[in-house]
Write a protein that binds this ligand. Sequence first.
Ligand SMILES: [Mn+2]
Length: 314
Amino acid sequence: MRGIHYLSKLKAANIPPELLEKGQNRVIDASLTLIRERAKLKGELLRALGGVKASPTLLGVPLGHNSSFLQGPAFAPPRIREAIWCGSTNSSTEEGKELNDPRVLTDVGDVPVQEIRDCGVDDDRLMSVVSESVKLVMEEDPLRPLVLGGDHSISFPVVRAVSEKLGGPVDILHLDAHPDIYHCFEGNKYSHASSFARIMEGGYARRLLQVGIRSITKEGREQGKRFGKLGEGVKGVYISIDVDCLDPAFAPGVSHIEPGGLSFRDVLNNLHNLQADVVAADVVEFNPQRDTVDGMTGMVAAKLVRELAAKISK
Ligand SMILES: [Mn+2]
């Protein structure tokens, strides 16, 4: 995607930088306004309905450019929504919650990642916009963010916002084939392979419990190993699910196919057995460009979101 970045190649040195900066600020303000107003409306409705303490709220972050390989996860959020509401299955979760009930699942839309980048906004600022969007959701009791990625780089700005908003670190349950704790990957500190290094060094999480890891280098092993009961003595538990934690037999539509993974039932058992206050969650790395023609991985990602919604809602 070129956008305004392309101006430098056109030698547009005569364009005043303030002109670009002011325009970028307006676009970012407009983007945040739509999320803020939708979150406000959903929060007001849920508080008027009453009897609800935690309502999972979808926030899409269609960002794929921090992938080291393919960028298809940028196209995932609309595919996941489509599969959540696909008529081939009903709207009940496995433990009997009703997704049609706005107390169980609501939505504030997507952070317009491509539109913001198209204006020449860099990643420092873009990541702040993602964090700000998550905070706008959390501003409205009882909404809790259920974030649709996107590649795994989005977990850093999301967890940062959750921790800053709650005023302390969380514990993280991280399901993935990969540890994603490279200090820097290919020179990119925001790489999808470095998100948990940024989270841990920022103090946004106390514990990181990784499940499903099967593609780990020596550096990865050395960066790991610290663990009691998840969520005790912290502000709550954050769940991050990389779809590639699953064996590719269950979820072929991912960028990094890594055989020997978890079954869908293994993942659901992990979720259902977790006894903790889940404050927010994400589902990342679904790549629709690698999915089967019938959209099988989209349905898998959607079911992960549905079951996470059941886990968060109360
Ligand atoms: Mn992964």
